[in-house]
Ligand binder design. Structure first.
Ligand SMILES: Nc1ncnc2c1ncn2[C@@H]1O[C@H](COP(=O)(O)OP(=O)(O)O)[C@@H](O)[C@H]1O
Ligand SMILES: [Mg+2]
Length: 307
């Protein structure tokens, strides 16, 4: 369980995390989604006790990250943005080192177990310096899981690794979510959608939307869109012609035709076709345009940036 209340971080005068509150339950994968500089890493560093909040508080498994930081560290596994590398250690020694630092009961056994989980057991004698980027990421994951934490916090775990390994890491995150509380950050919307039960969108330190991917999509999607290509009509004429249809909320030029914004759930295609013909124009194309969550995310983030 993660409970975050009014968490705020300032670097000097710069407000990097601005009064955010959210919770993540056991068995839940929560995605922190936002563009570079949104405040994802700063949030995670506060949650893992690496950096004190300027204001607000957070609890991990019921323990306050500032007051009970030792208890928190026992219960949280953290894969930082840049995993500290000990190039001359073997894979096994690296994980064993962290197992001992964290007081794991059967460190050797637990190291072997976690290396198997992340699919690195066969590489246990390899020097860290000789691992690929993807393997290093998995080693970082092993380090984060070796003390069997309840809460796992992963900072952009798929950045800079090849597509096959991206799939593997995403699978691991989903699996982890079955028995842990997982908070994981990404700047890739489709990844958040695939992996998370709930997505929190942050931009410039603020939460700007949150919910299950499906709910979020409905919330962000202000209506449906149609694309129409009409021969013979200029923008003003098309706007006038289609603007009178009940359910049409706006008409704007797009490519060689027009984007028609429609009230959610309204079916206006028949009427659009009829009006065009009646107006003496020709309808060359008429189709629904699916707005992806990606479009909506960009739309949202760009709007925030403009304001
Ligand atoms: N130690 C720091 N000192 C000053 N500014 C920082 C520091 N760390 C991060 N920032 C700034 O805070 C903002 C949020 O950064 P960060 O939390 O790393 O965002 P994200 O992980 O979403 O990319 C950025 O504008 C970044 O430049
Ligand atoms: Mg970051």
């Amino acid at each position: 369980m993660i409970e975050v209340q009014h968490l705020t971080k300032r670097y000097g005068n710069f407000l990097a995390v601005d009064n955010i509150s959210f919770t993540a339950k056991s068995g839940e994968v929560v995605g922190l989604l936002g563009p570079n500089g949104a405040g994802k890493t700063s949030t995670m560093r506060m949650l893992t006790g690496f950096m004190p909040p300027t204001e607000g508080s957070a609890k991990i498994a019921g323990f306050d990250v500032q007051q009970d930081s030792i208890e928190v560290r026992k219960r949280v596994g953290y894969l930082p943005e840049r995993v500290p590398i000990y190039p001359d250690m073997t894979v096994n020694d690296y994980v064993l080192f962290w197992a001992r630092v964290r007081g794991v009961k059967n460190p050797k056994q637990q190291t072997a177990h976690v290396l198997t989980t992340v699919n690195l057991y066969d590489r246990r004698s390899t020097l860290v310096r000789n691992l690929s980027k993807g393997m290093r990421q998995r080693l970082g994951l092993a380090q984060a899981l070796v003390h069997q934490p309840e809460v796992v916090i992963l900072d952009e775990p798929t950045i800079g690794i090849d597509p096959q390994q991206v799939i593997e890491v995403r699978d691991s995150v989903r699996q982890l979510g079955q028995s842990h509380t997982v908070l994981f950050s990404t700047h890739i919307l489709s990844e958040a959608e695939q992996v998370c039960d709930r997505v929190i969108i942050i931009n410039k330190g603020k939460i700007i939307a949150q919910g299950a991917p499906d709910t979020l999509r409905k919330q962000l999607q202000k209506g449906d869109h149609l694309y129409a290509q009409i021969s013979g009509a200029n923008a003003a004429a098309a706007s006038k012609l289609l603007g009178t249809i009940s359910g049409v909320e706006g008409v704007s030029p797009q490519g060689e035709g027009y984007a028609i914004r429609v009230k959610p759930g309204k079916e206006v295609r028949g009427e659009v076709a009829q009006k065009v013909i009646e107006g003496g124009y020709r309808l060359l194309e008429l189709r629904p345009v699916a707005m992806t969550l990606e479009d909506m995310f960009l739309d949202l983030v760009t709007k925030e940036q403009d304001s």
